[in-house]
Design a protein around this ligand. Structure first.
Ligand code: ATP
Ligand code: MG
Length: 312
């Protein structure tokens, strides 16, 4: 027999919890669920948090789009952590199979004999038990997996039939679905940057009642975001890093993305490398750039912003 994930789901004690710095209130668990994400350093963005609150309340499927490292995955994860809500994240790479969604027969030893027993997929369990689910990097999913998910995305009537058992699972009222993607499937120009992504079927996209655009933050906000992750880093360095990010994003000669993740990685390296800006920039991101032109532009911008003479 499959063990239930939980003895009690904890939802009988839902209470309003205020999301810091946003004035947004959402229903959360009085005692954090054991499968709730751990709280990490995070600054809640007001508008996007309010959108998530509205979407969840209305029972909408929420798609978070935007360039790499702008905070798509962190937003629902941080809100779930604050609310103590259980959350599972599916990395929708080519390895995510229908079996992970619906379930599969597994060999189980019963009184010394190996027998095949059906075990419900993690997704179906999450749906039944009211977890929040993040379908991360949705454009990397196999089309077969997306088709299985379509009935689950019927807002107002989310259900799924498990073919092996005939069981129909209806979504728990607290169940919520988020998907993240860099391209929203059909933006060909963006797709050129994100290798390995598929075009999303428009019927699939259509089932998302809300699309939240998570752009990179303003420089001031990005400085604060980096600071919560690397509080001991000198303000002047964080400011220079975020200036570099801002300039490179605007620079038409720089084709790659410059994510908040890169800013944080760079800031973290500074202390162990005695604040050597140029070396840490190479280690943290310049070497990741595929195009020599991007690397050249990045080195020039860093030298200018941090006051190094060119070409030294
Ligand atoms: N609001 C925020 N406050 C603090 N840190 C943040 C915030 N948003 C994002 N970050 C940090 O920025 C980094 C990138 O965020 P995240 O992984 O959520 O981006 P993403 O958009 O999902 O990226 P990808 O498309 O590559 O999956 C993480 O280290 C995260 O902690
Ligand atoms: Mg992500």
């Amino acid at each position: 027999m499959r063990k239930p994930i939980l003895v009690t789901d904890g939802f009988e004690k839902l209470q309003e919890i205020e999301i810091p710095d946003t004035g947004v209130k959402m229903l959360g668990l009085e005692v954090a669920h054991p499968q709730a994400p751990k709280a990490r350093p995070y600054r809640f963005p007001k508008a996007e948090t309010a959108d998530v609150a509205a979407g969840v309340k209305l029972g909408l499927n929420i798609m978070l789009t935007g360039p790499t490292g702008c905070g798509k995955t962190s937003l629902p994860t941080a809100i779930a952590a604050k609310l103590g809500r259980p959350l599972v994240r599916f990395n929708m790479n080519g390895e995510t199979r229908v079996a992970h969604i619906l379930g599969q027969q597994r060999p189980v030893a019963q009184e010394g004999v190996l027998t095949l027993v059906f075990s419900l997929g993690v997704f179906a369990q999450a749906m039944r038990d009211g977890y929040w689910v993040i379908l991360d990097e949705i454009e990397a999913a196999l089309p077969s997996v997306l088709f299985v998910l379509q009935p689950v995305l019927e807002e107002g009537n989310r259900s799924i039939q498990i073919p092996d058992t005939g069981e129909v699972i209806h979504a728990h009222p607290e169940f919520a679905i988020f998907a993240t993607g860099n391209t929203l499937g059909y933006r060909a120009a963006a797709r050129a940057k994100y290798a390995g992504t598929n075009v999303l079927n428009s019927a699939f996209v259509d089932r998302f009642g809300m699309v939240i655009d998570c752009a990179y933050p303003s420089r001031q906000e990005e400085v604060e975001r980096v600071r919560v992750h690397v509080p001991d880093c000198d303000s002047d360095y964080i400011d220079g890093i975020c200036r570099t990010a801002e300039e490179l994003r605007r620079d038409s000669g720089f084709r790659a993305d410059f994510s908040t993740r890169r800013c944080i990685q760079w800031a973290r390296l500074l202390a162990p490398y005695a604040n050597d800006v140029l070396q840490t920039a190479e280690l943290a991101f310049v070497r990741k750039l595929e195009s020599p032109t991007d690397a050249k532009v990045a080195r020039e911008v860093i030298r200018r912003i941090f006051g190094y003479s060119q070409g030294v």
